[in-house]
Design a binder for this molecule. Structure first.
Ligand code: FAD
Length: 373
């Protein structure tokens, strides 16, 4: 049997591409090394925000936010989405300048972010510190329960008739006359087209096809507190992007902001750096002083992919007809479902509403430090 499409990697990008391709009439196999969405797509902070999203991705993120807000309709299963206001805080003059610049750029790109005074920020979010000087205020914000993502996608994919193969690592791909032969731990899968949706593992996946695309691995640390009484009702960040905070309906507060731990794509997120955890938590308590009474319950790290220009890798693989890549989307939990759906539209022969992000631009790149967001 030959599938119309094989998707390799079952995070939000692979899961969404497979889902919409199958709903569009394709015979789809989804091959995932472990359980669905147990890497970045299941261990992330769940923030669905414009204020951490790169400017070029705002039009995509706005549409993706609308998708998450109506997840029950297109995904069919609950991922605990809460739509609420978001605030990005500035405590110093330097942060005020940074916030004014970044909020302005994001507003130009379509994000409904307005600047409000510290007093106005406290009226919106009574939990924030009285030291806030300025805040970016966006009504299009919110969060999901990332750990529910795999459960929701598994049900949706099976209902859509996807040949879902979890715990099926892929070890290589051979090109054939009419498609691809994919080597898995439980035999060969054949498909006319293939999508590589491997998160930070896109780089070794592309190497199977002889294509070298450098992908940087970010090792993001996260902390969750014990359940505490309500201390906040919005998503809170700060101007430099080093904080993301939200309280879940059951009382826990997830504290993130991309503080880096130790790990790599071979070993995963292997070690948390306590100094950085403390720095992240201190910043959280600075923003929401009531958090000082909360105890940390758990901390972990997950791997996020980044290209040399920090923009997505989504589109055809140059020189390999029928092969596509989908991933490396900054704030990819927020934007992933919309961007991956665009790729599914392309595969179905429809004109996507917004452009993809072809990787030709990156093929001679090397990984350099990040530019401004
Ligand atoms: C700690 C953390 C916090 C984050 N917080 C946020 C946030 O709050 N908001 C936001 O918008 N974004 C956030 N992100 C980013 C977001 O989680 C990612 O951009 C997104 O989930 C990436 O999805 P993906 O499908 O590309 O990759 P992944 O979810 O990593 O999926 C790739 C899949 O490929 C599979 N795979 C790899 N190799 C093979 C193989 N050989 N064979 C078969 N399968 C294979 C893996 O097992 C994995 O399941 C965060 C990321 C991290 C790590």
């Amino acid at each position: 049997m030959i599938h119309d499409l094989a998707v390799i990697g079952g995070g939000v990008h692979g899961g969404t591409t497979a889902l919409f391709a199958a709903r569009g009439g394709m015979k789809v196999a989804l091959l995932e090394r472990g359980p669905l969405c147990r890497e970045a797509s299941g261990v992330n902070a769940g923030t669905l925000t414009m204020q951490m999203t790169r400017v070029a991705l705002i039009p995509y993120a706005l549409r993706a936010h609308a998708m998450w807000a109506s997840a029950r309709e297109w995904l069919g299963h609950d991922v605990g989405v809460v739509v609420c206001d978001g605030l990005s805080l500035a405590f110093t003059q330097q942060e005020e300048e940074l916030l004014t610049y970044r909020a302005g750029k994001r507003r130009e790109a379509g994000a409904p972010i307005e600047l409000v005074s510290g007093a106005q920020a406290r009226a919106i979010e009574p939990g924030v510190s009285d030291q806030v000087r300025l805040a970016g205020y966006c009504k299009v914000d919110g969060f999901a329960n990332a750990y529910l993502t795999g459960l929701a996608y598994r049900r949706a994919l099976l209902e859509a008739g996807v040949d879902l193969r979890e715990n099926t690592p892929v070890s290589g791909i051979d090109r054939e006359a009419n498609g691809f032969s994919i080597q898995t731990s439980s035999g060969t899968v054949r498909a006319r087209r293939v999508v590589l949706a491997g998160g930070v593992w896109i780089e070794p996946m592309l190497a199977w096809l002889g294509v070298h695309l450098p992908i940087k691995t970010l090792v993001n640390q996260l902390v969750v507190t014990e359940r505490v009484r309500p201390v906040m009702r919005t998503v809170v960040g700060i101007a430099n992007g080093l904080l993301s905070l939200k309280q879940y309906p059951h009382g826990t507060v997830v504290i993130g902001g991309g503080w880096q731990g130790i790990g790599d794509r071979e070993h995963g997120g292997v070690e948390l750096l306590p100094d950085r955890m403390v720095g992240n938590v201190r910043l959280a308590c600075h923003a929401i002083p009531e958090l000082k009474g909360a105890r940390m319950a758990r901390a972990w790290a997950g791997l996020e992919a980044e290209t040399a220009d920090a923009l997505p890798a989504v589109g055809p693989v140059p020189g390999v007809p029928g092969a596509y890549v989908c991933g490396s989307v900054h704030s990819g939990y927020t934007s992933g479902p919309y961007i991956a759906r665009l790729l599914a539209e392309h595969l179905l022969g429809r004109e996507p509403d917004l452009p993809l992000f072809p990787i030709d631009r990156l093929l001679n790149s090397s990984i350099a430090p990040r530019g401004p967001q």
